[in-house]
Design a protein around this ligand. Structure first.
Ligand SMILES: [Zn+2]
Length: 384
C-alpha cells in the first residue's frame, strides 16, 4: 500500500511538472450574454466571436504541443473586461488573444484589423511580441482568403492594458457589410478565419520560441503588413446592374436593422421614461428648442472637473471629444449620429477603451433622454 501511494504521488508530481511546463494561451471570445457586441438585424458579434474562438482553440489543442488553451468563455455568458484579464493573469498566460467583429456606419467598410497596446510596453524579451502577433494576424488573413487588411493599429484597449503578457485584439470583419456579414456568420467563413488566426499563432510560436522577438522578422513584417493592404480579388467583378441591386438590398437591410434596434430600445427604455414624465413638470412652451429641432445620439466617455484639451492622455487617443458643462463638472461627449443602430454599434467599439461609456441624446444643444430621442424615431413599418 505504501509503495502504491509512493508511485501515485510520484506520478502526480510528474504530471504536475509536465502541466507546469505547458505554456497557457488564453483565447477570448469578445462579448457574450447580455453584452451582444455589435449587431445587425439578428446577427450578433457575440455568436461569431464564440464560434471562431472555439474553432481556433480546437486547432491549437490538436496541433500545437506544449500549449494549454484556456477560454474566457465557452458559452453565451456575460463577462466583464476585467474578468477576462483576470483569467489570463491568474493562469500566468503566455498569450492573450481577444476576437472581435467590427462595425461602421458606412456599409462598404470591410476588412480585418489587429490592435495592440503601446503605453504599457512589455520589457526585455517580451518587447514587440504583441506587435509581432498583430502583424502575423494581418499576414495570415490575407493568405487565407481575406482581400482587405486594414493593417495593425496601436490603441489603448482595456484588455491589452490590464493583462501582463503579450496581448492583441483582432477584428475578423464587418457585421455591417453584407458580404462580410454572410461570411463571418457562415461555418466555412468561421473555420477559415480560425485557420488564419491559427497560422498566425503557429508562426508567432515558432518565431518566439527562443524567448525574444527576431528583430529582422519584425522589421520585414512591419514593412509589408503594418499599413492597410488589399490583394486583388480572385472572384469575378460584379456587373453594374448587380452592384446597383446589392446596394439597394444593403439599404433596405440597414433600414430593417435600424428599425429593430429602435423598437428594442423603445421597449426597454419607454416604461422608465413614462414614469419619469409623471414627476417631471412640463417644459415651458417658450424654450428655444422646439419638438421640431432634430435630435441626435452621441456617446458620453467621461465626466471631468475641467474640459480636456485635444491630445490629453486621459482621452486615450480619442479625437474630437467635446466638453459640455454639467453643473460644476464637464461631460466628455464623443461622436454624433442620427442612427441609433450606428451609435449603439460605435459604443461597442468605444467600450473596449472606455468600459463605462454610454449613449446620450440631444435636441439641438440641449441634452434630452435617450428615450425621448427614440420617440422621434418611429420604426418604419416592415415591407411585405
Ligand atoms: Zn467587440
Amino acid at each position: 500500500m505504501r509503495r502504491f501511494l509512493f508511485i501515485l504521488v510520484s506520478l502526480l508530481w510528474a504530471c504536475n511538472i509536465a502541466a507546469a511546463k505547458k505554456v497557457v494561451w488564453v483565447i477570448d471570445a469578445g462579448h457574450g450574454g447580455h453584452d451582444v457586441g455589435c449587431e445587425f438585424g439578428t446577427v450578433y458579434e457575440k455568436d461569431i466571436t464564440l464560434a471562431v474562438a472555439k474553432e481556433l482553440g480546437a486547432m491549437v489543442k490538436k496541433k500545437i504541443n506544449g500549449v494549454r488553451v484556456i477560454y474566457t468563455r465557452e458559452k453565451n455568458t456575460t463577462l466583464s473586461l476585467q474578468e477576462r484579464c483576470d483569467i489570463a493573469n491568474r493562469n500566468g498566460a503566455g498569450l492573450f488573444i481577444s476576437i472581435h467583429v467590427n462595425s461602421a456606419p458606412n456599409l462598404f467598410a470591410r476588412g480585418t484589423e489587429s490592435f495592440f497596446a503601446t503605453n504599457v510596453p512589455l520589457k526585455g524579451s517580451q518587447a514587440g511580441k504583441s506587435e509581432l502577433l498583430a502583424l502575423l494576424l494581418q499576414k495570415h488573413y490575407l493568405k487565407n482568403g481575406r482581400e482587405v487588411s486594414r493593417g495593425v493599429k496601436k490603441r489603448e484597449l482595456y484588455v491589452c492594458e490590464h493583462t501582463n503578457m503579450p496581448s492583441v485584439l483582432t477584428e475578423v470583419g464587418f457585421i455591417t457589410n453584407s458580404v462580410e456579414r454572410n461570411y463571418i456568420s457562415s461555418k466555412e467563413g468561421q473555420a477559415e478565419l480560425a485557420k488564419a488566426i491559427f497560422d498566425a499563432l503557429s508562426e508567432w510560436h515558432e518565431l518566439t520560441k527562443n524567448g525574444a522577438v527576431p528583430k529582422q522578422d519584425l522589421r520585414n513584417l512591419r514593412y509589408t503588413h503594418y499599413d492597410p493592404r488589399t490583394v486583388p480579388s480572385t472572384k469575378p467583378a460584379p456587373t453594374a446592374a448587380a452592384n446597383e441591386k446589392a446596394k439597394e438590398a444593403d439599404t433596405r437591410a440597414k433600414e430593417a436593422a435600424e428599425a429593430k434596434a429602435i423598437a428594442e430600445a423603445q421597449a426597454e427604455l419607454m416604461p422608465a421614461d413614462d414614469a419619469l414624465a409623471e414627476t417631471t413638470p412640463e417644459t415651458p412652451k417658450d424654450t428655444i428648442t422646439t419638438s421640431e429641432t432634430p435630435t441626435y445620439f452621441a456617446i458620453q466617455l467621461m465626466n471631468t472637473s475641467a474640459p480636456l484639451k485635444e491630445g490629453d492622455y486621459r482621452l486615450k487617443g480619442f479625437q474630437g471629444v467635446r466638453f459640455i458643462p454639467a453643473g460644476e463638472r464637464f461631460k466628455g461627449i464623443y461622436s454624433r449620429s442620427d442612427s441609433y443602430l450606428d451609435i449603439k454599434n460605435e459604443l461597442v467599439q468605444v467600450r473596449e477603451t472606455f468600459p463605462e461609456a454610454f449613449i446620450v441624446a440631444f435636441r439641438g444643444e440641449q441634452q434630452i433622454t435617450t428615450a425621448e430621442a427614440l420617440k422621434q424615431r418611429v420604426p418604419k413599418p416592415m415591407e411585405h
